[in-house]
Write a protein that binds this ligand. Structure first.
Ligand SMILES: [Zn+2]
Length: 147
């Protein structure tokens, strides 16, 4: 299941990426039109009312991310793959790759380098992820999402 989030749902897109989903963010009407033309199989998540020409559209009511996640929980939860969780860059929507500890030394704080053994890197923006690099607030929200 792939998603595209419209203007008002950028934060929700990031949470979907943490869960491992390909969740694009359309920052403008034109970007959304491009996704509809080329990747119309994505599920559109939107706060706008009215019809859309995506194969499936889910209207989100709340302005609060935590509530938005609750609104889509029934749809999303069965599709979560444990292997994919924390496997995607939250900024770029790109799948992370395993990184050698040696290679990421200059890219992370010294404390992190010494306290963690497994690292992943985004091939696009070079951001490094490790166990614990997501805030505890985020993790709690995701646990709630998956419980
Ligand atoms: Zn990235």
């Amino acid at each position: 299941m792939r998603f595209v989030c419209d203007q008002m749902l950028g934060k929700l897109a990031k949470y979907l990426r943490i869960l491992g989903f390909d969740a694009a963010y359309a920052a403008s009407r034109a970007a959304l039109d491009r996704y509809r033309t080329h990747e119309g199989d994505r599920v559109l998540l939107t706060r706008r009312k009215g019809a859309s020409r995506f194969a499936k559209t889910v209207h989100i009511n709340s302005e609060i991310t935590r509530e938005q996640l609750r609104e889509i929980k029934a749809l999303v939860k069965p599709a979560v793959s444990a292997n994919a969780v924390f496997g995607r860059c939250i900024e770029c929507n790109v799948e992370l790759i395993e990184a050698d500890k040696m290679d990421i030394e200059p890219l992370v704080p010294e404390f992190v380098y010494h306290h963690y053994t497994r690292f992943k890197i985004c091939p696009s923006c070079k951001r490094v992820y490790w166990e614990g690099s997501h805030t505890s607030g985020m993790t709690a929200l995701l646990e709630e999402m998956l419980s």
